[in-house]
Design a protein around this ligand. Structure first.
Ligand code: GLA
Ligand code: GLA
Length: 526
């Protein structure tokens, strides 16, 4: 099992009591400074005590190479801090400025057909680019040097939603890094040949230099599954290495400030192996956007439970959710009256000790101007802002009642969640494209909730074998090690529920032979 970082939580500002952190992303750089005093006044009115600042501010902090402008950021952080509002400060590296990508177009990522992702949105960089890494780390160090003694900065927000837009990069840098990754994982090219089953369709490799990322292959159905699964692992690891480099650059200068990066754990979100990443942060933080419809609350509780599992039951930080509609679905439904408060408190009930939104003030321009916020276009005299104030009071009461720092009680039932099974079951050359690992744990969570059992959603690397009942819902990949854990669990009296499509393949996505489910056929008595 991985060595995980020790849990460290952002400390309250000097002279303030520890509270549930409450606030959101704050982008003062999108507004004239005259607006800032009103922002701070309304934050205080709403009970906001923390905001995340600077996430997309690289171009304003370093307007030209090596020319830094911290003046505006100093002024707003000072205003916030003096009003009792702590700052979760970004590394500011999520969206590189135009001067950088014009000077170094080789940092832009490429899609699987070789098309270059151009500037125009955000996260248009390759995680494996040494050039980009150098610029990003330089900014991290400049930020850390400048803010190391700032008492109002209580945490670092490293990057933003890694892999949201640049999960898969097929560039030359990615190719080289993928070759290195394969060499590190397998040692010899023969082991790669074996893992990927390259005897099939003349895919044999003579050397690591013959490994290419899974680029366009014509008919998309037939990519080598072992290679594709490894590319997903590699892509999670490549972004993780980049994050770790940024984290360490900050931590070296400000060792006392806890760090996090916001994950995207939700029923549809398996962009990275967040359980693996969970060991690399000081406190786990998550962004969760409600899925409209009948399963809204169940999905929320399910995802929150998985976050709690990734955090190993230490309190976690809800870094983003929405007060109402998002603006990135085909139709963006608002929340019904009362749902703002209910949803946020549901996260708290599932282990969150911080409730934050994207974002504080709704943008007037830019790609997210129709995304809801704490302070909507309508302003202070609005139902949303009244609800935001009500929630601020509720969170204060919960902290007074002693909720802060408590851990979620352990259930007697574990639902096992496995990112690699989801990645493998996404392959399209399977018995049916209608079965994905990711859907099954949620279905079990809901069914159990209906009979009054709140199960824990537990990552496969974690302690699912310490529960009375463990459910393996379409855990398609069972490695040798996990097969042994299942066997030991049952031998020691654990009650196992294994559903269809569990234990079909090993970690190389080689089918376990001898009849399905080959890895645990004897255990389940088929
Ligand atoms: C075609 C091909 C075979 C095999 C089958 C599978 O017929 O020629 O190699 O892929 O499809 O249905
Ligand atoms: C993500 C991002 C935010 C914002 C929201 C909108 O969570 O991190 O910057 O774009 O989505 O829903």
């Amino acid at each position: 099992m991985n060595q995980r970082r020790e849990h460290r939580w952002p400390r309250p500002l000097e002279g303030r009591r520890a509270r549930i952190w409450y606030g959101g992303d704050y982008n003062p750089d999108q507004w004239p400074e005259e607006v800032w005093d009103e922002d701070v006044r309304l934050m205080v009115k709403a009970g906001v005590n923390l905001v995340s600042v600077g996430i997309f501010s690289w171009a304003k902090i370093e307007p030209r190479e090596d020319m830094y402008d911290f003046g505006w950021l100093d002024r707003i952080i000072d205003k916030l801090g003096k009003a009792g509002i702590a700052v979760d400060l970004a590394s500011a590296t999520a969206s590189p400025p135009m001067w950088l990508t014009q000077a170094h177009p080789e940092v832009l990522w490429k899609d699987y057909r070789g098309d270059v992702c151009q500037p125009g949105a955000r996260q248009h960089w390759r995680p494996t680019s040494p050039v980009f890494c150098e610029y990003a780390l330089k900014l991290c160090r400049a930020m850390a040097e400048h803010y190391k003694d700032n008492p109002y900065v209580v945490a670092w927000h490293v990057g933003n939603e890694y892999g949201c837009h640049n999960r898969f990069d097929y560039s030359e840098d990615a190719e080289r890094a993928f070759q290195d990754w394969c060499e590190e994982r397998y040692g010899t090219i023969e082991a790669v040949n074996d893992a990927w089953g390259t005897a099939f369709w003349a895919q044999h490799l003579n050397d690591f230099s013959e490994i290419v990322p899974p680029r366009f292959i014509g008919d998309g159905n037939f990519m080598n599954p072992g290679k594709l699964l490894d590319f997903k692992r590699f892509s999670s690891d490549a972004l993780k290495s980049f994050y770790v480099a940024e984290r360490d650059a900050l931590a070296e200068i400000t060792p006392e400030k806890p760090l996090t990066t916001n994950f995207m754990v939700s029923a549809g979100g398996s962009v990275l192996d967040y359980d693996d990443w969970g060991g690399e942060v000081d406190f786990v933080s998550n962004d969760h956007y409600f899925i409209p419809g009948e399963a809204h609350l169940d999905e929320l509780a399910f995802s929150a439970s998985l976050v709690d599992g990734i955090s190993r039951k230490d309190p976690w930080f809800l870094m983003e959710h929405s007060t109402s509609a998002v603006n990135w679905r085909p139709i963006n439904y608002r929340k019904e009256p009362g749902q703002l408060v209910r949803d946020s408190l549901a996260h708290v009930a599932m282990g969150a000790d911080a409730v934050c939104y994207f974002q504080w003030r709704q943008s007037r321009s830019g790609a997210e101007k129709f995304h809801s916020a704490m302070l909507p276009h309508a302003g202070e005299d609005s139902q949303t802002f009244r609800d935001v104030c009500e929630l601020g009071r509720d969170l204060g009461t919960l902290a007074d009642e002693g909720l802060l720092g408590t851990k979620l009680a352990k259930s007697s039932v574990a639902i096992v969640f496995d990112y690699e099974s989801e990645w493998a079951s996404e392959h399209t050359a399977t018995p049916t494209q209608n079965v994905h690992h990711v859907d099954e744990p949620l279905a079990w969570f809901r069914a159990l909730a209906d009979v009054g059992v709140t199960a824990d959603v537990v990552p496969i690397r974690s302690n699912w074998d310490e529960y009375d009942v463990a459910i393996l819902p379409s855990v398609y990949i069972l490695s040798e090690e996990n097969t042994r854990r299942v066997r030991d669990y049952v031998a020691n009296g654990g009650k196992l529920i294994a559903t269809y499509y569990t234990g079909i393949s090993d970690e190389r996505d080689h089918v376990w032979l001898g009849g399905y489910p080959g890895s645990i056929r004897d255990v389940v008595g088929v």
